[in-house]
Design a protein around this ligand. Structure first.
Ligand SMILES: [Zn+2]
Length: 196
C-alpha cells in the first residue's frame, strides 16, 4: 500500500526527514510544474547534495532512472529509481527575490523557492547560505550546442508524471512548488509527494 500523497500548495515549500531506504515520489499533479529538491545528511548538515559532483560522475546533464545524486563528499544521497519524464535540471539555483528583480522587474517580487526552502529548512538548522543548487524536478533547461545559451522552457511533464528517489542515507529533504513564471509555463500549480 502506498502512503497518501501530501500536497505542497502553489508557490510554497516544505521540509521533512527521509530515512535511508525510504522512497520519495515527487508528483506533478497537473503538469508543467517544477519542484526544487534539496537533500542534507540528517546527521551532518555540512554534507549536502552537489550538482557538480553528480554531473561529473554521471557524465551527462540529462539525469533520469538509474542515476545517483551525490553529496559534496562524493557519497550517494539519492538514486532515481523511476522517472516518467526524463527532463529535469541540475544547473540552476532556486528562484529567489533576486531572480524576480533580475528577470521579472515589472512583476511583484516573490521570495521564490529559495525563500520557501530557507523557511522550511530553518527548524532543521539549515541556514540560507547553506542552500546549494537544487535538483529541479521537471524543469526544462535546454542548451544550444553551438552557443551554449541556456533557455528556460515550460516543463514537458503531464498531469500525474512523477520521479521516484530512493534515499541512500538518512536525509533532510527540502521540496517546493516553484514560483518562477518562466519555469512553469506561466502558471503556478501545486506539487505532491509521497514517502513509502
Ligand atoms: Zn523556483
Amino acid at each position: 500500500m502506498s502512503a497518501p500523497a501530501v500536497v505542497i500548495p502553489e508557490r510554497s515549500g516544505t521540509a521533512f526527514a527521509l530515512p535511508r531506504g525510504a522512497t520519495l515520489t515527487v508528483i506533478d499533479p497537473r503538469g508543467e510544474q517544477v519542484a526544487d529538491l534539496l537533500a542534507f545528511n540528517a546527521d551532518d548538515l555540512d554534507e549536502v547534495i552537489s550538482s557538480g559532483r553528480t554531473l561529473d560522475y554521471a557524465e551527462t546533464i540529462r539525469l533520469t532512472t538509474g542515476h545517483k545524486l551525490y553529496s559534496n563528499r562524493s557519497r550517494v544521497m539519492l538514486e532515481i529509481i523511476a522517472d516518467t519524464v526524463g527532463i529535469h535540471d541540475f544547473l540552476l539555483t532556486p528562484c529567489s527575490t533576486d531572480t524576480f528583480l533580475h528577470f521579472y522587474p515589472t512583476l511583484p517580487v516573490h521570495r521564490g523557492c529559495f525563500g520557501n526552502l530557507a523557511e522550511a529548512l530553518a527548524p532543521y538548522g539549515v541556514t540560507p547560505d547553506r542552500i546549494p543548487i537544487a535538483f529541479n524536478c521537471f524543469m526544462n533547461v535546454p542548451i544550444d550546442s553551438e552557443t551554449g545559451k541556456l533557455k528556460v522552457l515550460p516543463p514537458v511533464s503531464k498531469a500525474g508524471d512523477h520521479v521516484v528517489f530512493r534515499a541512500d542515507m538518512d536525509l533532510i529533504i527540502g521540496l517546493t512548488a516553484c514560483s518562477a513564471p518562466d519555469s512553469n509555463g506561466g502558471t503556478f500549480k501545486p506539487i505532491e509527494y509521497r514517502i513509502d
